[in-house]
Design a protein around this ligand. Structure first.
Ligand SMILES: Nc1ncnc2c1ncn2[C@@H]1O[C@H](COP(=O)(O)OP(=O)(O)O)[C@@H](O)[C@H]1O
Ligand SMILES: [Mg+2]
Length: 279
């Protein structure tokens, strides 16, 4: 059974997509089977992984036409990392969902059938609180909230945690904020340090790991590669690796991850000669 995590924040440009793709790839490198669901019509996660979305098969078809989501899943160039790609046509779903039955639960139903096949499902949300985000929050077990260490961060987090509370009361009683994640962090500025302190005081579930500003993280999407492939020794890659470890630790504490999962990576990448010699 997988754990399903929505990466969400209605503010644009805070690092949702970068976190979804980089964390997803880091977890996959650790041997977990990871599925990224690109729930943002801007399709940034899709292109950041070098995948081309198709209009006829993708999240839109699954949400509106109730096509089995399984048909849309594609393996990326990173082992253990799959994606449900999207196209800008998904923007239509935001409007069309308004009139369908059980409109808040389409994503949950679509994902349900895939749950047994992955360890972690990460959903990249659009920068709004529309029906796509509500669907992702209704489907998720947990949320990760990336925030930039800026003056308005606390205010935004306040609004967002009220939204999560509302979703919990009305649609998804088990939804938990697994972590607030400080992104594009510049430790040289007083403001960043002050905001960090405020965020940690108000949201004890803030990850220990902070993601620094990293040019390599900003460059990777234009090469269609996650940071693990583009520059695995960069500070950005190291930070997401640390985040992956912290998340694994938190999930294991609650027995949401099988202890044996990382073995798969070694099995998958072991050269044939080693396997043949039983090394
Ligand atoms: N840690 C980082 N360091 C440098 N640039 C970053 C970092 N995280 C994200 N970016 C860049 O900032 C922009 C917004 O990030 P993105 O992940 O697309 O945010 P969102 O999905 O929340 O809109 C993108 O151009 C991205 O490449
Ligand atoms: Mg995005």
């Amino acid at each position: 059974m997988s754990v399903c995590i929505a990466v969400t924040n209605p503010t644009g440009g805070v690092g949702k997509t970068t976190t979804t793709v980089s964390l997803g790839a880091s977890l996959a490198v650790r041997g977990l089977r990871v599925l990224i669901v690109d729930a943002d019509p801007q399709a940034n996660a899709t292109s950041a992984l070098g995948v081309k979305g198709r209009d006829e098969a993708g999240l839109y078809a699954a949400l509106i036409e109730e096509e089995p989501l399984e048909r849309s899943v594609e393996l990326t160039a990173t082992a253990n990392l799959w994606i449900v790609p999207t196209t800008p046509a998904l923007a239509g779903a935001e409007v069309e969902l308004v009139t369908v039955m059980a409109r808040e639960f389409r994503m949950k139903r679509a994902i349900e059938t895939l749950r047994t096949q992955y360890d972690v499902i990460l959903m990249d949300c659009p920068p709004s609180l529309g029906l796509l985000t509500v669907n992702a929050l209704a489907a998720a077990d947990e949320v990760i909230i990336p925030v930039q260490a800026e003056y308005f961060a606390i205010e935004g987090l306040g609004h967002l945690s009220k939204t999560v509370e509302m979703i919990r009361r009305n649609l998804n009683p088990q939804l938990a904020i697994r972590g607030v994640l400080l992104t594009m962090y510049d430790s040289r500025t007083n403001l960043a340090r002050e905001v960090e302190q405020e965020v940690r005081t108000h949201f004890p579930a803030t990850f220990r790991t902070v993601i620094p500003r990293s040019v390599r993280l900003a460059e990777a999407p234009s090469h269609g590669e996650p940071i693990t492939a583009y520059d695995s020794s960069s500070t950005g890659a190291k930070a997401y690796e640390e985040l992956a470890n912290e998340l694994i630790e938190r999930l294991r504490e609650r027995e949401l991850l099988p202890a044996v999962a990382p073995m798969r990576a070694r099995a998958a990448v072991a050269p044939a000669s080693e396997v043949a010699h039983g090394a």
